[in-house]
Design a protein. Structure first.
Length: 455
């Protein structure tokens, strides 16, 4: 056993947290990184099991000036959950109970460590679902999803997490435990602090309970995989489809040929090989379903399809496949890849994809593009092995410059974390960033919660 937290503090922590405290060097090193690949340096890990333990940890951190980083599953892609400077990691994964399901009001109250897909499995048995289904939904937690304002394929119709979080129990950086939000479908009472905390990347408070609105499952849903002759045609089809809300499309995704080949090669999936493809979910009542699919195909026929669409009744299974793209690309092309997430208004999506592709091709980089196209949200991955730090920085500035010139944003869903921190001032004014930092000082006066992240 090697102790990384300052020797004199371990005794205090051990008395307060017992076996929930982990200081074993190997384990602590594993908790010192997330899926961004950024390597930090944690001081120790506490596997929290209750609100009172979380409060105890915050009080300890304030008293001893030790930073705290909340962790769900550590699937963040920009270093959101990476601890630096000997921070204590609070692992919320043991807090994974569904505490209450109020069927009549469509509200579920959970602890933050529950995994998104597992919550959806639970809700599905009762005829409900939680709409935002990030690609990582088989691993990522409701706490992490809330803290990053996560989204997924179905966010095309249903929006990101912020729309579904109705209430929070939260331990603030001051050590106070408080309840925020309301249970009603509408409220004009007070400032919307829940919305402020959703997407705050663990910098303002630590969630110990999350109240979510959930949705009854539609009568019918089907997945449709559409092979298209090229990236340009596929992205233009997205804009066309987004003008037709009556088709009942709830998810509208785009992938390029590299993603398809990687999924086929690594997972043995049997997707049609094509230069590009759209992944859609269509929902509705049985009565309207047939005519919706018919009009969908008529619309798509103007966009050079290169094969018959595949219909997938196991829609969640289709999203599991879609969610494995990053792993498949990593296995096939190597893990030393840069992964990014930018978003623009949907009408500019074709221009964003062609512009980003041009930038990467000019540098001779191997890359793949895919994303939640209906939301104008592009994911890109490229080989970074041949780039120096300065070259990577200059490349990212080009991509972000293009995105912002198209009225876009630096992150559609993953967050800013650590990796994108040097670029926030490209998007936000100095006044806006100062306001964010002033708000942080109110919630967390001693700057112990996930410092040096996000803004
Ligand atoms: C293969 C893959 C696919 C992905 N697809 C998507 C996608 O489609 N959409 C999307 O939005 N993201 C996606 N992501 C990114 C990532 O999964 C999300 O950001 C997710 O919400 C992180 O959840 P997590 O439980 O892993 O949180 P973590 O990575 O552990 O933490 C994320 C942030 O939340 C904070 N946090 C965690 N728990 C709490 C808590 N209880 N209280 C306060 N703050 C907390 C952390 O401090 C950190 O800032 C993907 C990642 C991978 C690896």
């Amino acid at each position: 056993m090697v102790c990384l937290v300052k020797e004199e503090l371990v005794g205090i922590l051990r008395t307060r947290f017992g076996d929930s405290l982990i200081v074993d060097e190997e384990v602590v090193r594993a908790y010192s990184r997330d899926m961004s690949g950024v390597q930090g340096a944690a001081g120790g890990v506490i596997r929290v099991t209750s609100t009172s333990q979380v409060k105890e940890a915050v009080d300890f951190a304030r008293d001893h000036g030790v930073p705290l980083v909340a962790r769900g599953a550590g699937t963040s892609l920009d270093g959101e959950s990476v601890p630096f400077d000997g921070a204590l990691v609070l692992d919320f994964s043991p807090m994974k109970r569904v505490l209450d399901f109020d069927v009549d009001n469509h509200l579920v109250t959970v602890e933050p460590g529950v995994v998104n897909r597992e919550l959806n499995n639970y809700l599905g048995q009762k005829g409900f679902f939680l709409p935002p289904n990030p690609g990582s939904w088989e691993m990522s937690t409701i706490g992490g999803n809330t803290s990053t304002n996560a989204a997924g394929p179905r966010s095309y119709k249903y929006g990101s997490f912020r729309r579904w979080v109705k209430g929070l129990e939260v331990v603030l950086g001051t050590g106070e435990v408080t309840r925020l939000g309301h249970y009603t479908t509408k409220s004009s009472s007070g400032l919307d602090l829940v919305s402020l905390l959703v997407g705050s990347e663990g910098t303002l408070g630590l969630f110990t309970k999350v109240v979510l609105r959930v949705e009854p499952l539609p009568e019918s849903r089907v997945g449709v995989i559409v092979p298209v002759s090229g990236v340009r045609q596929a992205t233009k089809a997205v804009v066309e489809l987004s003008r037709r809300p009556w088709l009942g499309i709830s998810a509208l995704e785009f992938v390029d040929d590299k993603c398809i080949s990687a999924l086929n090669a690594v997972y043995g999936d049997t997707l049609p090989e094509a230069p590009a493809a759209l992944f859609l979910e269509v929902e509705g009542s049985r009565r309207e379903f047939e005519s919706r699919l018919e009009e969908l195909l008529n619309t798509l026929s103007g966009f050079e399809l290169v094969g018959d669409p595949l219909y997938e009744e196991n829609v969640d299974g289709m999203w599991d496949i879609r969610g494995r793209i990053a792993f498949a690309l990593g296995k096939l092309y190597g893990e030393n890849r840069y992964r990014d997430d930018v978003a623009v208004p949907v009408s500019s999506f074709p221009e964003l994809v062609s512009g980003v592709s041009r930038i990467l091709e000019e540098k001779g980089l191997e890359y793949a593009v895919f994303g939640h196209a209906g939301d104008g949200n592009l994911h890109l991955e490229f080989d970074r092995t041949k780039l120096s730090a300065a070259e990577l920085d200059s490349l990212l500035r080009q991509i972000f410059g293009l995105t912002l010139s198209l009225r876009g944003t630096l992150s559609g869903e993953h967050g800013i974390g650590w990796l994108k921190l040097p670029y926030v001032d490209l998007e936000h004014t100095g006044e806006a960033i100062n306001l964010m930092r002033s708000i942080k000082r109110v919630f967390d006066p001693k700057n112990i919660l996930n410092p040096r992240k996000a803004y």
